[in-house]
Ligand binder design. Structure first.
Ligand code: GTP
Length: 937
């Protein structure tokens, strides 16, 4: 599994640039971006490389914190505790020989120690009050006379006074010494430390302070002794201060300090809330977490009391306290919630949650989320919707795992109906006829319908219900979709419905494989629907079926009789030749597909068409796919719901029930679902309504989101989701050569992670069917020197299909290649600012060709960059990198700076005089595009 660079860097505590440098040096390819993916191979290399650094750092850390308390202190404390009483006698002799001045320098040498004693003193103060009771008993112990001795060296009187109370209050071992200390204070204190550390000398100089450490040891424990011993010597003054404090504590300060303690417990909580956030990143600090736990138990009691008091109507004096407690509680609860979150840290998110929502989910401040985004190089606002990559990154930052859930899936959990294999019955195949205009689609469908009308229904008034069934002499049935051509076919597929089982591609034998034929093939191919080629009009004198087969073979579709895998049939839709054979081949294909359905289950159907009819309400034409649909069934289809009021077949005959594979027209829905939407039978009207309204809500939500379809900018995001494996492209160009060249180059961009497919390529304008195919196949349209028709442009906008147009082949390749690599950084982009149609052309000598134009959209200015488009193909400028400019722009006879939509104007173009009536002048500007989020990362 690969990781983000930033994460690895954090784990190793190494700069990302260092890692990148190292990896690049090792021959890995990695970008210096925080979200760059680090493969496990790279990671292990990096870990190996930086392992030493990590361990060194770890050691260094331990040294800082651990050495003071652990290394030196542990040995002395135990000895001091255990030994002090027994060793006293031997030390004395030792002390005498030891020269006090000589050893004093030693403590001085241990420069670092002085700071430690200072902190050591406060603990003493706190503990002293608690130790007060034992002091009297301890006074009896004579062993602690040493204290007195120390005092003599420094300031005899004061230390003596101070020490006296200390020993009295403290340690039991000291008790014996104290009496001695009083009597012979000068020397005895020294021995006490000596036995512990051996260095008798240090004891003497610090004599005044040593008593203090001893008292600490008694009250506290080994740690204090350890730190004290080396440090005490230099810190005499501090010792004095400490001694004074304990005396006061016992009286007034005790209360104050108790209060302080309470206060300190409070702040840690608030601090915890603040610090908790930082802790998350560092996975918490042990010490702090302990405190709040203790406090929380008390606070719970307090809270109960406070609540009780409030219920009973407490006095105003305690109001603040209560408020404070409440605040603390709130903070603590928040903290606990965070802790819970951390343990249960898998976030289920839909894509495009806002920064605020993500912060709420993780229970962290929005500021932190924004900061995390900024650290990753992305500036976001509170309500900005974050994409998958960023969500992942931010969640990682807060130790959350992310699971992306599809809104549709999450909102609509379809319970899979499990069909019993025994209930499955074969159903008629559903066939779509597609082909080039005038190649005979309608004629074929009519011929089939007329010659194969279901028995007993001949002569009835037919109505268009989007499909019809035919029964063949052998009793087998076939359902033909007669929705016009591939538009309906792809429109349905674009909605996720796969209705067609088999596609008949009809090609006129006296013509050739035409652009629409190729499109039809592309559509069927993209849908994975088996094709049968019907070579029509074989009765025509110029018919040449072999030519068609050859063309098909050259496209990679070898027909069966030529050794290929595609069935084909020569037919004449006009006189009925070959139709039965064609239907036989359809049945054969259907047999191979083993089409079955269970008629005994709640019906599921696909909407073919829906409309609002006067007097009938919403009329929905459907094709039942599973189960049997009956009158009075409760339905939901897309955002519409209702109950089946009535159903009619294509003969306009009422039917009470419809089985799988049959089309029907139904009344009763409260809206018009879109073609391709699934109609389901629901158990209750309430559920149907709920589901419909939920879908309506989702579709609104989706409409608000970024384009649902793939776009170059979106590839990075999809790659992050891990679901993006194929990039489908439709390539349109001005000439065959460029289409081929561009397609080949684009296919070559395929990588291990992303396969680039050119699902359709053709010469000519980008038209509606390209958009439909792109919608159905989630493809991007790449146009080279061609433009979309205005209806195609609108359709693309509506469907969210991205059309990328280029004038330079390598730019197209570069951009798509960058997108695939997830590092698209568009900085300059074309923005169409106007569309002007040429209505008249005047040739004026010396001036050139003047075009009388009408501004259809936008505003053309004198400086607008332009290109001339004829029949959807760019005819000027043709040279790569060249831009078109106006030589003049006039309204009537006046030069003007700009002309707006709905106005006429005259213009001529620099270096271009071949302008013709009907040409379109497209004005555009080059704009600097803000870097998209994906590209930032
Ligand atoms: N000679 C001959 N003419 C045919 C045959 N099939 C269709 N035609 C003729 O070809 C023309 C076009 O046929 P249509 O069935 O309308 O073709 P289409 O593909 O449905 O056309 P659009 O609906 O416009 O896409 C009509 O004049 C038909 O009479 C055939 O097998 N032989």
């Amino acid at each position: 599994m690969s990781k983000r660079l930033i994460k690895v860097a954090k784990e190793l505590n190494v700069a990302t640039s260092t890692i990148v440098e190292f990896l690049t040096g090792k021959g890995f390819e990695i970008e210096n971006k925080p979200i760059a993916q680090v493969s496990s191979e790279m990671e292990s290399a990096v870990r190996q490389e930086f392992a030493k650094a990590i361990s060194d750092k770890e050691k260094a850390r331990k040294m800082e914190f651990g050495t003071r308390p652990t290394a030196p202190p542990p040995p002395p404390p135990p000895t001091v505790r255990a030994t002090p009483p027994p060793p006293p006698p031997p030390p004395r002799p030792v002390t005498t020989p030891a020269p006090p001045p000589v050893q004093q320098p030693k403590p001085v040498a241990k420069a670092p120690q002085p700071p430690t004693p200072a902190p050591a003193t406060p603990p003493q103060e706190e503990k002293k009050p608690t130790t007060t009771p034992p002091t009297e008993q301890k006074r009896e112990v004579p062993g602690l006379k040493v204290m007195g001795k120390i005092d003599l060296e420094a300031t005899k009187r004061r230390p003596a006074k101070k020490e006296a109370p200390k020993p009295a209050k403290k340690t039991p071992p000291a008790a014996q010494q104290r009496p001695e200390a009083k009597r012979a204070p000068a020397e005895q204190p020294a021995p006490a430390p000596k036995p512990a550390d051996k260095p008798a000398a240090p004891a003497k100089p610090t004599a005044a302070e040593q008593p203090a450490p001893q008292t600490r040891q008694a009250g506290e424990k080994p740690d204090l002794h350890k730190t004290a011993e080396p440090k005490l010597r230099g810190l005499k003054v501090l010792g004095k201060i400490e001694i004074k404090k304990p005396e006061k504590r016992t009286t007034d300060d005790g209360r104050k300090k108790r209060k302080r303690k309470k206060i300190t417990t409070g702040p840690p909580q608030t601090g915890g809330a603040r610090g908790g956030r930082t802790d998350r990143g560092r996975t918490g600090t042990g010490g702090r977490s302990d405190e709040p736990r203790e406090v929380s138990a008390k606070d719970i009691e307090d809270k109960i009391k406070a609540t009780m008091a409030r219920l009973q109507g407490g006095g105003g004096k305690k109001k603040r306290q209560r408020q404070r407690r409440d605040n603390r509680d709130r903070i603590r609860e928040k903290q606990e919630a965070m802790m819970d979150d951390q343990t249960n840290d898998k976030l289920q998110v839909t894509e495009f949650v806002t920064a605020q929502e993500l912060a709420n989910m993780m229970d962290v401040g929005i500021g932190e989320v924004i900061t995390a985004c900024m650290n990753a190089g992305v500036i976001v606002s509170i309500n900005q919707r974050l994409d998958a990559e960023i969500i992942e990154l931010v969640a990682e930052e807060f130790n959350h795992e992310v699971e992306f859930i599809n809104v549709d899936e999450s909102e609509e959990e379809e319970e899979e109906y499990e069909d019993d294999p025994e209930d499955m019955e074969s159903r008629p195949p559903i066939v779509t006829v597609m082909g080039h205009v005038d190649h005979g689609k309608t004629s074929l469908l009519d011929r089939i319908r007329d010659s194969n009308v279901i028995a007993g229904e001949a002569g009835g008034i037919t109505q268009h219900i989007g499909a019809y069934e035919v029964k063949l002499p052998n009793g087998k049935e076939i359902t033909f979709l007669d929705t016009p051509g591939h538009e309906a076919f792809t429109a349905m597929r674009a909605r996720g419905a796969k209705v067609t089982d088999i596609a008949i591609i009809i090609i006129a034998a006296d013509d050739s494989v035409m652009p629409q034929t190729k499109e039809a093939i592309s559509h069927a191919e993209a849908a994975g629907v088996p094709m049968i080629f019907a070579i029509n009009k074989i009765d025509r004198p110029g018919a040449n079926p072999d030519k068609i087969k050859t063309e098909l073979a050259s496209m990679g579709y070898q027909v069966e009789e030529w050794g290929g895998k595609y069935q084909s049939q020569e037919i004449s839709a006009l006189n009925g030749v070959g139709i039965d054979d064609l239907l036989e081949k359809v049945l054969l294909e259907a047999e191979m597909l083993e089409l079955t359905a269970n008629p005994d289950r709640p019906a599921v159907a696909t909407v073919l068409e829906a409309s609002l009819e006067k007097g009938r309400g919403y009329v929905t034409k459907i094709l039942v796919q599973h189960g049997t649909l009956r009158v009075q069934d409760i339905l939901v289809a897309g955002e519409a719901s209702g109950r089946v009021r009535a159903m009619f077949n294509e003969r306009n005959k009422r039917v009470k029930e419809v089985g799988p594979g049959s089309p029907v027209l139904l009344l009763g829905l409260d809206g018009a679902p879109q073609a391709g939407e699934i109609l389901k039978v629901m158990p209750s009207e309430q559920e149907a309504r709920q589901l419909a309204s939920r879908r309506a809500q989702i579709s609104r939500e989706q409409a608000n989101r970024a384009a649902k379809r793939v776009s170059l900018d979106e590839i990075g995001r999809r790659l992050a989701l891990g679901t993006f494996k194929e990039l489908n492209l439709i390539v349109k160009g001005d000439v065959d050569g460029s289409v081929e060249a561009l397609s080949d180059s684009l296919i070559k961009l395929s990588q291990e992670t992303v396969q680039v497919n050119v699902i359709h390529k053709a010469v000519g304008q980008i038209i509606d069917s390209d958009i439909l195919l792109a919608t159905a196949s989630d493809a991007i349209i790449v146009g080279f020197q061609v433009r979309p028709s205005s209806s195609a442009r609108k359709l693309a906008e509506r469907e969210g299909v991205e059309i990328k147009t280029y004038s330079i082949i390598y730019e197209a390749i570069d951009e798509i290649s960058s997108a695939i690599e997830g590092m698209l950084e568009p900085t300059r982009e074309e923005n169409t600012v106007c569309q002007v149609s040429v209505r008249e052309v005047f040739k004026i000598s010396k001036v050139g060709t003047i075009a009388g134009c009408y501004v259809d959209e936008g505003k053309i200015t004198r400086n607008t960059l332009i290109r001339v488009i004829r029949d959807g193909i760019v005819i000027f400028p043709l040279k790569e990198g060249q831009t078109g400019e106006l030589a003049s722009l006039k309204r009537f006879k006046d030069d003007v700076k700009e002309v707006r939509a709905g106005m006429e104007c005259g213009l001529n173009i620099k270096n271009f005089n071949d302008i013709k009536e009907g040409d379109v002048i497209e004005g555009y500007e080059i704009i600097e595009v803000k870097q998209k989020m994906q590209s930032n990362n």
